[in-house]
Design a protein around this ligand. Structure first.
Ligand code: ADP
Ligand code: MG
Length: 288
């Protein structure tokens, strides 16, 4: 006979966009007291659109900034890369080839383009390398910004915007109603993190988080007695997903995240996390 839990969890999967790989993860879901959410693609749609391109050197055009950035992003699978490439294609700019491509974990990408060393990086990278932010720099609180450096000089920046998913606010509210705290953990800048976290009424946020810091944050919460679930999509998220009491991989993400997690969120929808917890609670209440 099929155990009740398996039957339940299979039905749940079909109906709610959840793939339960590991029965313990399902059993544990009812005990979750804190959920750590990644931002891009779970709480937000995950489709970045370029909203502004600024050249910061005389003689450089906006098209040149996007052309150089797109050259690097051809080799990246980050949602930021997809947004920049779309802009380059829409503008019909021929994209040059690159050499020596390297992804700088949690910070950006670098490569050689036409003999020049080009970087596309986060605001945090500039701060760490003592590069002062340009005076002409402005961005909305909801915009993700990446800077373009050419031969170690700041050449320009690109602002991109993503949208909060329509289901996110409700999901966070239902969690709060069930006394479950929600925390936002993102590699994106603090302004964006604060804006998303406040818009959704989350308990707290951490921005410009590097992969090892995600793992540390999960451990810290656990040491305070929290029973922690985490959602993540990246290769980088795997250690934190493994550490969490319930690891939830986002469907559109990497295979490594999916292998590590006990549960897969097929449609990347935060509402389905709520279903998981409520069903978990209901299932075990009936059984005991
Ligand atoms: P998250 O998964 O929360 O978006 P990441 O670690 O993937 O965090 O990225 C953190 C930051 O690093 C991004 O907000 C961006 O500033 C920079 N970054 C990462 N990958 C790229 C890329 N391919 N192109 C430009 N910037 C990038
Ligand atoms: Mg990521």
């Amino acid at each position: 006979a099929v155990p009740l839990v398996v039957a339940k969890s299979t039905a749940l999967s079909a109906k709610h966009g959840l793939l339960i790989k590991n029965r313990t993860a399902f059993e544990n879901s009812r005990k979750i007291s804190t959920i750590v959410f990644d931002k891009t693609g779970t709480l937000t749609v995950g489709k970045f659109e370029v909203s502004k391109i600024v050249a910061l050197q005389s003689g450089l055009t906006e098209n040149e900034i996007i052309r150089l950035a797109a050259a690097l992003e051809q080799k990246s699978e980050h949602p930021i890369a997809t947004g920049i490439l779309k802009k380059a294609k829409d503008t019909a700019i021929p994209i040059p080839v690159t050499d020596n491509f390297n992804a700088i974990t949690g910070k950006g990408v670098e490569a050689t383009v036409e003999g020049k060393k080009v970087l596309v990086v986060s605001p945090g990278y500039l701060t760490e390398n003592n590069i002062t932010l340009p005076e002409r720099f402005t961005a909305n609180a909801t915009e993700t910004v990446v800077f373009v450096l050419v031969n170690n000089e700041l050449a320009g920046y690109i602002a991109l915007s993503d949208e909060i998913r329509p289901e996110s606010a409700d999901a966070i509210k239902t969690l709060a109603d069930n006394k479950i705290k929600s925390i936002l953990l993102t590699g994106d800048n603090a302004k964006v993190a604060k804006s998303v976290s406040e818009t959704l009424g989350m308990d707290s946020f951490m921005a410009e988080v590097l992969p090892h810091q995600k793992l540390e944050k999960i451990k810290e919460l656990q040491s305070k007695g929290e029973f922690v679930a985490m959602t993540g999509d990246g290769v980088n998220d795997a250690p934190a997903l493994a550490q969490a009491n319930v690891g939830i991989a986002v469907g559109s993400g990497s295979d490594i995240a999916a292998e590590t997690a006990g549960i897969i969120l097929v449609n990347s929808n935060p509402k389905d996390v709520v279903s998981l917890i409520l069903f978990g609670k209901a299932t075990y209440r009936k059984m005991i």
